[in-house]
Design a protein around this ligand. Sequence first.
Ligand code: PMP
Length: 368
Amino acid sequence: MSFGIDDLPVRDELRGKTPYGAPQLDVPVRLNTNENPYPLPEPLVERIAERVRDSARNLNRYPDRDAVELRTELARYLTKSSGHPVGVDNVWAANGSNEVIQQLLQTFGGPGRTAIGFEPSYSMHALIARSTGTGWISGPRGEDFTIDLAAAEKAIAEHRPDVVFVTTPNNPTGNAVPRETVLALYEAAQAAKPSMVIVDEAYVEFSHGASLLPLLEGRPNLVVSRTMSKAFGAAGLRLGYLAAHPAVVDAVQLVRLPYHLSAITQATALAALEHTDTLLGYVEQLKSERDRLVAELRATGYEVTASDANFIQFGRFEDSHTAWQRILDRGVLVRDNGVPGWLRVTAGTPAENDAFLDAVRELKKEQE
Ligand code: PMP
């Protein structure tokens, strides 16, 4: 027997656990991690090289600890895209929205405190809760994967969590949460505790509806979390950010590591933001491909959950893991999120989507 994790004096809550990990397999069509399939355009690649070269000249120095230039540009993007005025004091940035969420849980969760999410939802919320010593409460979701407001309000009143996660559009189901539901959950959370409500808008640029940023007005316990991994096509950059009351931005600074955001990351993100319009042009293409996938999946006889994201939950399968393997056998990697009967596919390029559609059509015939 080889020496393993459980032979080490690791924290009790980590014993027997497995790390987060979507398979990174080398197959022709990878539609499993909700990445943007379009590489960054060449002029942007050039601009990144230029900005990184400039910042390399100062790598003997620590980066701007407060990332002021970057936060200013992110605030400008949020203001322009939502029509809601967002200032540099309202914005905080970190290495991916996963780190944003970690900093929020380090600040507002932690030992003796709890967070709730309405599952199935983004599994990292629960995992980051665990790694920050925050108790996790699995809140309910309806049969159709919408949030059942009455049941959710009841869970909040009963558990009085310190943090409430609302993911909209939700991952892995794809559906957006109505504005009124988020408002009601915020009210319920304030009445119960009061607690912080984190609206995870990682996929909002792909949504048919608007961002919930305007709800920040007069709601200091609300946080909207965003990322450049999806709409900006920059998952490899690792840049996430939040918008909230300036007091929230001050609070997360109590837990952030000094100089957490490297000068290279800041320079690269600033270059990408200069090309926002081009990058968001790809979002439009992906939205129409997403809608085509929904229509084709339905026409083939699959059930589909209404999608406001760059991915689609489809089913139903008697055994989703076997279906996942059959699709993989045809060279297409989709995601089995462990939701019984369902799989998730990310909208790719038209050619990738065609390959996926061929695979699932064949699968359907096999199963008839
Ligand atoms: N939130 C949601 C809902 C996600 O699906 C993801 C990525 N899959 C993230 C946050 C984290 O993204 P990142 O750390 O790349 O910003």
